[in-house]
Structures are given as structure tokens and as C-alpha cells.
Design a protein around this ligand. Structure first.
Ligand SMILES: Nc1ncnc2c1ncn2[C@@H]1O[C@H](COP(=O)(O)OP(=O)(O)OP(=O)(O)O)[C@@H](O)[C@H]1O
Ligand SMILES: [Mg+2]
Length: 271
């Protein structure tokens, strides 16, 4: 089942300067999609249109088979969670606790259930000690953790992470990533769209969407997208480590079967 269907989407912030140019694609339920592309290619703009935060200009977006319109936007918004690239744009509450509660209130969660949900998700992102702090006084990474907790607590069916862990330290990134994968395992219907510059994350996703200059440049499984090396080089996009390693091995005429130990392999590669 397709949870998201974008058709002929064109959008610009200024007249006659489209940032997205006639984009069409579909996303199937339960997939982990990596949306990649250079700075300014239109990824965040696309995310905001899908989440109903920017007004459509031309083209259509269907969420769970329903056309996104002014009338149903608030209902469809409850199914889509977005963690913004810049967490400062995400906070409304005076404290971390109020902030998470605000989202739950919007989703009509009964008051008596709120505290337990807030505590549960604060714990998942390791922010329990900060629940009574002002969100604006947190570090970038801490803000991102709170933003992630706030969105996850609302139990959305589609989650868009817009470089949502970019400010987290490597351990934090790993923890959040593992938690999201665990969530996906527990609920196979959950669809994730991860906007990322992490090519390894893209390599491990179900499907990769490459946006370039407001257009879909490539779309497919990681194998399909990354095998098109020349096409990716055309737009200077990096390749996953494993592919670079394979290339290097073949450039150096090294057959791993002939290598007796790791040291020998490293020596051969460094020659
Ligand atoms: N609020 C805005 N007003 C005017 N122009 C904007 C606005 N937001 C983005 N743009 C422009 O739209 C284009 C696409 O921006 P967008 O933020 O969607 O890119 P992105 O792919 O998310 O980039 P990044 O990887 O840097 O986050 C850019 O040229 C940007 O300057
Ligand atoms: Mg962006």
C-alpha cells in the first residue's frame, strides 16, 4: 500500500524560481526511505510540503490515499511527524515537559495518560533529567533529542527526520538510530523518511531518493542507486564505504581470496 503519493509537484518561494520541479514519486508503507542530495536541492522544502507546513502551489500529495487539502490538513497532520533540521523551530513549550505535552494535547491524548508518555519518551532519548528545563537553554544535540521525543510520543504513522540527528555525538546517533530501527521492527507499518547526508545510512535503507536541483535524479534500492556510479559522480555525490572499498580492490587488482590476513590487505591497499 502506498502511504504517500506525490504527483507533479512544483513549488517555489519566489515567482518563476521553482525549488521543486515537477516531482512525482510514491512511497510504500513500512519502508525506510533515505532522501539525499546536496545543500539547497529542495529536501527540506519537500518535507515541509508533505507535512502540510507549506501551501501547495502546483501538483498533488496523497497521504494514505487521501488528497492533502486545506480541509483535511489537520487530520492528515496527525499521521505525519516531522523532526526539523533546525530544532529551534520546533519548540513551543516553556519546559521540555510542556513542549512534549503540547504535541500530545494537539493529538487529544487524555491528560491522565500524558505524564507516563512524556516520561517514557524522555527516557528513550536520555533526556529525563532535562524535563523541567527550558528547551532554548539546551545544547543543539539535546534539543534534537527533545524534538525526536516530542514527535515519537505522538505515535505518527509516517515520520520525517530532517537531518534530525546531525548535531548528536556518534554514540547518541547510534542510540537513536537503533531505537528507531527497533520501533520499526515492532511496528512494521511505520514508514520513515530520513533526510540525510550520511551515505552509509542511505546504503542501509530500503529505498533511496536522490534530489538534485529540485528534481528527482535517481530513485531505487540502494543497490540500484549506488551501482550507477557514473551518474552519481556527475553530481559529485559520495559513495558508501563498501562500494569505495570494492572499487579500490578492483583498481588494485586485489582478490580478497588471495589475501591471508588483514595486515597484508592493508599493505596492498596502501601500496
Ligand atoms: N523560507 C525560504 N524562503 C526563500 N527561499 C528558501 C526558503 N527556504 C529554502 N529556500 C531556498 O530553497 C532552496 C531549497 O532549500 P531546502 O531548504 O529545501 O534545501 P535542502 O535540500 O533541504 O538543503 P540542506 O541540505 O542545506 O538542508 C534553496 O535554494 C533555499 O535557499
Ligand atoms: Mg534541508
Amino acid at each position: 500500500m502506498s502511504v504517500l503519493s506525490v504527483k507533479n509537484l512544483t513549488f517555489g518561494y519566489e515567482k518563476d524560481k521553482p525549488v521543486l520541479k515537477n516531482i512525482s514519486f510514491q512511497i510504500e508503507q513500512g519502508k525506510y526511505i533515505a532522501l539525499i542530495g546536496h545543500n539547497g536541492s529542495g529536501k527540506s522544502t519537500l518535507a515541509k510540503l508533505i507535512a502540510g507546513l507549506l501551501e501547495l502551489q502546483s501538483g498533488t500529495i496523497e497521504v494514505f490515499g487521501e488528497l492533502l487539502t486545506d480541509k483535511n490538513i489537520s487530520v492528515l497532520r496527525q499521521k505525519i511527524g516531522i523532526v526539523f533540521q533546525n530544532p529551534d523551530n520546533q519548540f513551543i513549550g516553556a519546559t521540555v515537559r510542556d513542549d512534549i505535552a503540547f504535541g500530545l494535547e494537539n493529538n487529544c491524548v487524555p491528560h491522565k495518560e500524558m505524564d507516563a508518555i512524556i516520561n517514557e519518551f524522555a527516557e528513550k532519548v536520555n533526556m529525563t533529567d532535562f524535563l523541567d528545563k527550558e528547551p532554548t537553554r539546551l545544547s543543539g544535540g539535546q534539543k534534537q533529542r527533545v524534538a525526536i521525543a516530542g514527535v515519537l510520543a505522538m505515535n505518527p504513522k509516517i515520520i520525517i527526520f530532517d537531518e534530525a540527528t546531525a548535531m548528536l555525538d556518534p554514540k547518541g546517533k547510534k542510540e537513536i538510530r537503533e531505537y528507531i530501527l527497533k520501533m520499526k521492527k515492532e511496528d512494521e507499518s511505520l514508514t520513515i523518511i530520513s533526510i540525510t547526508h550520511d551515505i552509509e545510512e542511505a546504503y542501509n535503507s530500503d529505498e533511496v531518493l536522490v534530489l538534485n536541483n529540485g528534481e528527482i535524479f535517481l530513485k531505487g534500492t540502494p543497490e540500484e542507486v549506488f551501482k550507477d556510479k557514473n551518474k552519481l559522480k556527475e553530481i559529485d555525490l559520495d559513495l558508501p564505504f563498501l562500494m569505495k572499498l570494492k572499487d579500490k580492490l578492483s583498481d588494485c587488482d586485489i582478490d580478497v581470496k588471495d589475501v591471508k590476513n588483514l595486515e597484508e590487505l592493508v599493505n596492498k591497499l596502501c601500496q
